[in-house]
Design a protein around this ligand. Structure first.
Ligand SMILES: Nc1nc2c(c(=O)[nH]1)N[C@H]1C(S)=C(S)[C@@H](COP(=O)(O)OP(=O)(O)OC[C@H]3O[C@@H](n4cnc5c(=O)[nH]c(N)nc54)[C@H](O)[C@@H]3O)O[C@H]1N2
Ligand SMILES: Nc1nc2c(c(=O)[nH]1)N[C@H]1C(S)=C(S)[C@@H](COP(=O)(O)OP(=O)(O)OC[C@H]3O[C@@H](n4cnc5c(=O)[nH]c(N)nc54)[C@H](O)[C@@H]3O)O[C@H]1N2
Ligand code: SF4
Ligand SMILES: [Mo]
Length: 758
């Protein structure tokens, strides 16, 4: 590593001399600026080459202390998105015939303001909704200002991909630690045993933690004599590189209960850690007694002896940590599975200690701000449709269509979608597409005309990540303590504007603004100074108030915004993540973790109740991410799409293909109780019999021409927005382990698939 907190000052100076000073090329028009990628969580270092205000290229930043010159193809291909002729660069207004016309900003804002005000006056702020999509999570200024938007509107409905992604994790945090925002992460730097359930970091680059060059870090575990075990129904890129334990979709809860069964049954638990750190272990002990590996093998598809061996190795390792991601979050029991992962870590003595499951000390204490301003809630409100608890003030996306179409007080009448494509990414796209036209007002802040924004009354051009200031924050907390700030490296193209400013302008135009930051925000605002309260000033202030900050001179050597901004490649604040944070992190009596939360006790009691065993849908469909695809929105990049003959394909086992008479490369029809899609079959033993894997984020419409031309179905047509299909505790959509059937689109003789297994 390049520097620690003590040495960071020196590095800051060198970086300033070398890098923040533009390297002037021919004619003095070429500028090279270090910045960082904001497409996914590692936030890899990039260097942008800008000529005459246009981006001409991106390359890896060799001097970035964490990513060290490694990036993925998506980061480099962002040049094509930035310069994409299909980008929306001017405000657009939809005509009656569905086409769009260009309008001036002031016209768009005046009309939006007028119509928004009308909805608020008639039905209150609760009839206004915001859907904040995934790229919004990488935009610290927007995230901060969204809080202001919420404040100004009273209690608008907030939707995010959280209910398709991580809310089950957040609810587990609340039930275990008393705080939704306390998401622990695995200590990859020191662990001797990483048990990874439902994550594929060699493609996804790790989620809910920031770790550039993740492959190097995982290899290092094995290199120092440790183990990496991947529990996944598919032999993924990560599973292939390490040890693979194939599991039935949705089998994780049973596996975890059985691992705990062995830990307690064989006296492998760390009783001292349990006594010191937790309450409620008696329930765990009593409950897991009934889940012997022999009993759960049918659910997990894993041999009982393998489970016993795994439990012994995990508990016996000098340090060990279990980590779960989308594969466990999106199943039937996402919250329970996440909860049990932490229980396993704790009872084996691996919580909050080197090599184990760590709490976060954030550089910018945004979570604390959210808590203090009353936004870090769980179950503080309940949805009108389905009676689901809020998670961090958000509602499950699955109920959005019914919230629009169901009459009555609180009906969702005006929606602002920001950096999100819910028609592609949430369950039951047909229901949402049918509902969107019933809105009185739909405004989309996006960079493209998408499946979603094409339904909007107004599409407002947002800046890309290269066109805005930022600082590593939000999703970027967990991992090695690090901070990096960047200015916009290119001026906004066309008439694009930063989202926070657009929100501010919309509020003003509606007569609901200006910015009302709420209690905690006002306090920070006072410290930040009254001159023009901007998100950047607020973030800079939070940085100084945070655990690594200079506390406005009270802590010598602490971070200031100036120092961070002077260090172009970022500052490594410590070699290793801190441990010993339980007293700060756990908000329950005695700072003890609760192992017997009533919500979990009830869910575990109901585990066997649900039977997805309709013989008409014998297979289980799971998701699949690909290196050169990012959710629904990089499919207009020529480089990423190059050489992809069959863009979209379902991975089907030789056995299931033979039974259904589906041939490799042929069209296959996939049917669920809720819908049907057609795609190409790719027959592979990567998936075992009974499982098929299908990528999400396809089936494009709108103005991104290459993406539309690529074809491929929207896999979420197979998923349901029905209330009874939504996970109860966190409102999670059921997107993994969906019961489906397959059939050839054009029947081929079953003998065509001779490589089939019996
Ligand atoms: N079946 C299935 N469905 C899934 C998943 C799955 O695994 N399986 N995964 C889920 C997950 S984890 C996620 S996070 C969601 C993602 O769901 P969403 O967040 O709804 O969708 P994205 O595909 O990320 O689309 C992002 C949108 O933002 C736009 N955009 C890009 N950059 C910017 C910007 O800087 N500003 C603005 N204003 N707009 C921008 C893009 O054009 C695009 O329209 O999908 C979820 N859906
Ligand atoms: N290239 C690329 N990178 C990305 C993204 C992308 O779209 N493309 N998206 C980003 C986003 S928004 C996110 S949230 C992260 C997600 O990061 P990850 O969660 O690491 O990514 P996934 O590929 O969805 O991994 C989920 C894994 O769970 C497995 N799985 C499915 N069902 C089950 C099950 O029941 N049990 C178990 N144990 N496993 C199961 C799947 O086979 C899959 O390998 O990735 C991010 N990075
Ligand atoms: S891994 Fe993620 S952050 Fe790194 S370059 Fe690729 S897309 Fe960007
Ligand atoms: Mo995600």
């Amino acid at each position: 590593m390049r520097s620690t907190a003590a040495g960071a000052g020196r590095e800051a100076e060198t970086s300033e001399n070398l890098d923040t000073c533009p390297v002037l090329g021919l004619g003095g028009r070429v500028i090279e600026t270090p910045t960082f990628c904001r497409l996914c969580e590692p936030l890899c270092g990039l260097v942008a080459t800008v000529e005459d205000g246009r981006l001409v290229g991106l390359r890896p930043d060799q001097d970035h202390p964490l990513s060290q010159g490694q990036v993925c193809p998506k980061g480099l291909a962002f040049t094509e998105i930035q310069n994409d002729p299909d980008r929306v660069l001017h405000p657009l207004r939809r005509r009656a015939d569905g086409t769009f016309e260009r309008v001036a900003w002031y016209v768009a804002l005046a009309e939006i303001g007028h119509r928004l005000r009308q909805v608020v006056d008639e039905d209150g702020g609760g009839s206004v909704g915001v859907y904040l999509g995934n790229p919004g999570g990488f935009n610290s200024e927007l995230a901060l200002w969204l809080g202001a938007f919420r404040g100004a509107l009273g209690s608008p409905q907030i939707y995010t991909p959280g209910s398709q992604d991580s809310n089950s994790r957040f609810v587990a945090n609340k039930l275990l630690y008393g705080a939704v925002t306390q998401t622990p992460f695995p200590d990859l730097w020191r662990t001797d045993f990483l048990l990874m359930l439902g994550a594929n970091p060699l493609v996804s680059h790790m989620s809910l933690m920031r770790v550039p060059r993740v492959k190097d870090h995982l290899r290092a575990i094995v290199g120092r004599g440790g183990r990496v075990v991947v529990v996944d129904p598919r032999r993924t890129e990560t599973a292939r590189a390490f040890e693979h334990l194939a599991i039935r979709p949705d089998g994780d809860v049973w596996l975890l209960l059985s691992l705990l069964h062995v830990v307690f049954g064989e006296g492998l638990a760390d009783e001292a850690a349990i006594a010191e750190q937790s309450t409620g272990v008696d329930w765990v002990r009593a409950t897991v007694a009934g889940f012997a590996p022999e009993e759960t093998a049918a659910r997990t598809g894993i041999d009982a002896e393998d489970v016993r061996a795994l439990a012994r190795a995990f508990a016996g390792a000098p340090s060990a940590v279990a980590y779960g991601r989308l594969g466990v979050c999106l199943g039937r029991h996402g919250t329970v599975a996440n909860y049990l992962i932490d229980v396993l870590n704790l009872v084996t003595g691996n919580l909050d200690r080197p090599g184990g499951w760590l709490f976060v000390r954030p550089v910018i204490p945004l979570e604390e701000l959210a808590e203090r301003s009353g936004q870090a809630t769980y179950g503080a409100t309940r949805t009108r449709i389905g009676d689901f608890p809020d998670v961090l003030g958000t509602s499950p996306s699955a109920v959005m269509p019914a919230e629009i179409t169901t009459p009555g007080p609180g009906r969702l009448r005006a929606l602002v979608t920001i950096a999100g494509n819910p028609v592609a990414s949430t369950p039951d796209p047909a229901a949402l597409e049918a509902a969107l036209p019933q809105l009185d007002l739909h405004v989309a802040l996006d960079i493209y005309l998408t499946e979603t924004s094409r339904h909007a009354d107004f599409v407002l051009p947002a800046t890309t990540f290269l066109e805005r200031d930022d600082i590593t924050s939000i999703l970027a907390h967990p991992g090695q303590p690090f901070v990096q700030a960047t200015d916009a490296v290119v001026p906004a193209y066309g008439e694009a504007r930063p989202e926070w400013r657009i929100l501010d302008d919309v509020l003003r135009a509606a007569g609901l603004g200006p910015f009302a930051p709420g209690r905690a925000g006002r306090l920070v605002g006072r410290i930040a100074g009254r001159r023009g309260l901007t998100p950047r000033r607020l973030l800079d202030t939070l940085l100084r108030l945070g655990p690594y900050g200079d506390r406005f001179g009270l802590r010598r050597g602490g971070l200031t915004a100036r120092r961070v901004r002077a260090s172009a490649h970022g500052i490594v604040l410590a070699e290793l993540p801190p441990t010993g944070l339980r007293e700060d992190a756990v908000r329950l009596p005695g700072h003890r973790v609760r192992l017997d939360a009533p919500e979990i006790v009830a869910e575990v009691g109901r585990l066997g109740d649900r039977h997805d065993d309709d013989p008409a849908y014998p297979l289980r469909m799971i998701g699949l991410r690909e290196m050169r695809s990012l959710n629904s929105w990089m499919h207009n990049s020529p480089t990423l799409m190059k050489g992809r003959a069959r863009v979209h394909a379902a991975r089907i086992s030789p056995h299931d293909a033979a039974v259904a008479g589906v041939a490799d490369g042929a069209a296959v029809r996939i049917t669920s109780r809720h819908g049907a899609i057609e795609t190409t079959a790719r027959i592979t033993d990567e998936v075992g019999p009974g499982t098929i894997a299908v990528p999400h984020g396809w089936g494009h419409a709108g103005g991104w021409q290459r993406a539309v031309g690529a074809g491929g179905p929207n896999v979420n047509a197979l998923t349901s927005s029905a209330v009874e299909e939504v996970e109860r505790l966190a409102g999670m959509s059921h997107l993994n382990g969906v019961p489906v059937a397959i059939a050839p689109v054009v029947a081929v003789p079953a003998t065509a698939t001779t490589d089939a297994e019996p």
